[in-house]
Ligand binder design. Structure first.
Ligand code: SF4
Length: 386
């Protein structure tokens, strides 16, 4: 049985850096960070903005983006100016469409090729095409270097390296059979993105995602006019990302710091920025990668500051929605309750992978097998399901 496609009678309302969302605890801004790549200077500016304009923390999202919450009234313009000054707002018209995931540690540890250069090239192509400003804020691209970490995360447009010279085009998470070589992969992804808008227009212009189109993937693939090979199975994305010390192929070391519930305090962000020796990478698993370190010596200080480098930590298996006070619908201060449960070692379901929410909407529920812990007003109901 196929899932019913949602009927879209309005444009998506995804927040951006300029188009903020009015939450119960103040305005919420979402800053797109294509590929999760941030310089230490950019992280410092985000941290200062969180301290001075928001609630003092940065939220990491499952798309490797950053949110600022509790923004004081009227601070949107100042936030926009600060972001633009450090290159985090290259296009006011395309900002919400710049959702790009890239393999974690690509070019540094594992993978079949290095996809790091694809991200800025795709982003530049997207921002320079006025028509692509019409992309919905839910649109997502994912560039997988063959390790299979992001290809299965349900992106609209995906590139998956099959070997060092062959890249597969994925649409809505399935292989189209269209192939290209690494040098032409970004152009193909941009062509597929434009074709998505064409097919969307033909079907009334309301769909937010490729999967919401009737026959979306085959129609988009046909519009590209490329020869097709036999499709391959797309790897399922891991439920839990890497954590801790990762030896790089060049002998250096990467540290992957998991941020409990994705809430990175300004002090933690400043410590990460001060420890990094080059670009950092935000991951879809709400962690921050510090690559190219000489050794793992910084791990102790980072762990002392509250980020998690133990791959066996319960924090790798727990996610939560905003809850109170950020969401008016919430029946509980979900995050505070999770912190208490982790500290006491009293997570339900024997600490299985779980998602805590303040109401039945179950926002932010990760894909795959996960236990739901739902606030009822008198405690929590624990259910396992899909
Ligand atoms: S799940 Fe409910 S309480 Fe949590 S953020 Fe969504 S609407 Fe709010």
């Amino acid at each position: 049985m196929t899932a019913a496609r949602p009927l879209r009678d309005r444009a998506d309302a995804c927040p951006g850096a300029l188009q903020t969302h009015p939450a119960a605890d103040g305005a919420l801004a979402r800053v797109r960070v294509p590929g999760g790549a941030l310089t230490p200077a950019q992280l410092r500016v985000l941290s200062a903005a969180a301290r001075e304009l928001g609630d003092g923390a940065l939220e990491l999202t499952s798309r490797g983006n950053v949110q600022l919450r509790g923004l004081r009234s009227g601070s949107e313009a100042e936030l926009g100016d600060r972001l633009a000054a450090i290159g985090l707002l290259p296009s006011a018209t395309h900002e919400t469409a710049r959702n790009v995931l890239a393999s974690v540690l690509s070019g540094r540890a594992g993978g079949l090729l290095d996809v790091r250069s694809w991200v800025p090239a795709f982003d530049a192509g997207l921002c320079s095409d006025p028509r692509l400003a019409a992309l919905p804020g839910r649109f997502l691209a994912a560039f997988d270097d063959g390790r299979g970490d992001v290809a299965g995360l349900g992106a609209d447009i995906g590139l998956l390296a099959l070997d060092g010279r062959t890249v597969a085009l994925l649409l809505a998470g399935t292989d189209t059979g269209v192939r290209t070589d690494p040098d032409d992969a970004v152009a193909l992804a941009l062509a597929a993105t434009r074709a998505f808008l064409d097919v969307r227009e033909q079907q009334g212009g309301t769909a937010w995602r490729v999967a919401e189109l009737t026959g979306g993937p085959p129609r988009i693939a046909a519009a590209l006019g490329a020869a097709r090979s036999a499709p391959v199975a797309v790897p399922t994305a891991p439920a839990i990302g890497p954590a801790g010390v990762v030896p790089q192929d060049d002998g250096r070391t990467a540290l992957v710091a998991v941020v409990p519930l994705g809430r990175l305090t300004a002090a933690q962000a400043e410590l990460l920025a001060g420890t990094a020796v080059g670009d950092l990478q935000l991951t879809p698993w709400r962690s921050v990668v510090l690559p190219d370190l000489a050794d793992a010596g910084a791990a102790t200080d980072l762990a002392r500051a509250g980020v998690v480098l133990d791959p066996g930590s319960a924090w790798l298996r727990v996610t939560a929605c905003a809850g109170r006070p950020g969401c008016a619908k919430s029946l509980a201060d979900v995050r505070a309750d999770v912190v208490t449960a982790v500290a006491r070692g009293s997570l339900p379901a024997q600490g299985a992978r779980q998602h805590w929410v303040g109401c039945e909407r179950r926002c932010g529920r990760p894909s795959g097998g996960v236990v739901d812990v739902v606030a009822t007003g008198q405690g929590y109901r624990v259910t396992t399901g899909t």
